[in-house]
Design a protein around this ligand. Sequence first.
Ligand SMILES: Cc1cc2nc3c(=O)[nH]c(=O)nc-3n(C[C@H](O)[C@H](O)[C@H](O)COP(=O)(O)OP(=O)(O)OC[C@H]3O[C@@H](n4cnc5c(N)ncnc54)[C@H](O)[C@@H]3O)c2cc1C
Length: 305
Amino acid sequence: MSANRCVQKKTEDYETHRIELRYDARAVSIDPDKKRITIHTGEQIRYDKLVLAHGGDLFIPPIPGIDQSGVFSCKQLSETRKLAAHHGTSAVVIGSGAIGIEAAEALKRKGVDVYVIELMDWILPSLFDEPTAKRLETELTGYGIQVFTHEKVMEIKGDGNVTGVVTDRRTLDCDTVVVATGVVPGTALARTAGIETGRGIQVNRQMQTSDPDIYACGDCVETIDACTGEIAMFQLKHNAIEQAQVAARHILGEPVRYLGAYAFARAHFSTPMPPPSEKPSGHWIVCSEISALWNGKTKAIICGW
Ligand SMILES: Cc1cc2nc3c(=O)[nH]c(=O)nc-3n(C[C@H](O)[C@H](O)[C@H](O)COP(=O)(O)OP(=O)(O)OC[C@H]3O[C@@H](n4cnc5c(N)ncnc54)[C@H](O)[C@@H]3O)c2cc1C
């Protein structure tokens, strides 16, 4: 997908709705008493209601050798562009969350040999139970992507440029490493305001933080599973959008209530996977056999695409 298709709104669209966009402006602190935020230049901006929607940061594990050339992440578009411009032939993807699996797929389509290393017992461990994950793993293997689960990366080898990855079970030669080890909710800004945080910024069913004039939504919040009611971190776009809508509507005075996040994920492989030069002919979605209980019934969502 081209970057232009990722960004669907233009600056003028915001101007039309009287939204002032500030680029290159990083919020660094919040003063909840004076109701002001400070950006990195020192400029202060006043608010009546504040919405924290600053997402999370890529978790970078402390693996020796991770700073070398040839190691990429996929959190930011700029990083992804660097990976796309890197002409590697053999890649190790560390982490098998949704981002890792998508990166593996994209690299395979480019004709790169791909290995996925996952610390847990099965791939996509925060989204799927083992039987479902194993089905997807079988598909990945069928496409020529080698998956190693229950395996820990110990070191990235190289002389400044990556030459291999050492795990607790093997050494893999490679010239490309993709770090896809998860996104950590951003909580530092909220803490400058004394807002309560756990794994993420804590919010109520109206997306208000412990300061009722400060809302939070998206990847930076700690949320609940809509089906089980347990605390969950499902950092997915549909959850972020729904949370933002709840926050906005509550600010406008509507009696809304957020029901929780959904862990459903998509697997983007076409069947069968086409050669890299061809466009995919279709997609399938894996959302089956999720064993969480929902009102005493098994939650099983099976979708076609
Ligand atoms: C490679 C990749 C693939 C994904 N694929 C899918 C998918 O297929 N389906 C799906 O549902 N989800 C997917 N996601 C997850 C989805 O993108 C996120 O859940 C969603 O973007 C969260 O929205 P957000 O607004 O909370 O955070 P973000 O989209 O991360 O936006 C946060 C913004 O805040 C800015 N910011 C951060 N700190 C500050 C600060 N201090 N001051 C000012 N600005 C700041 C950041 O620069 C960023 O622009 C994917 C994520 C990645 C990285």
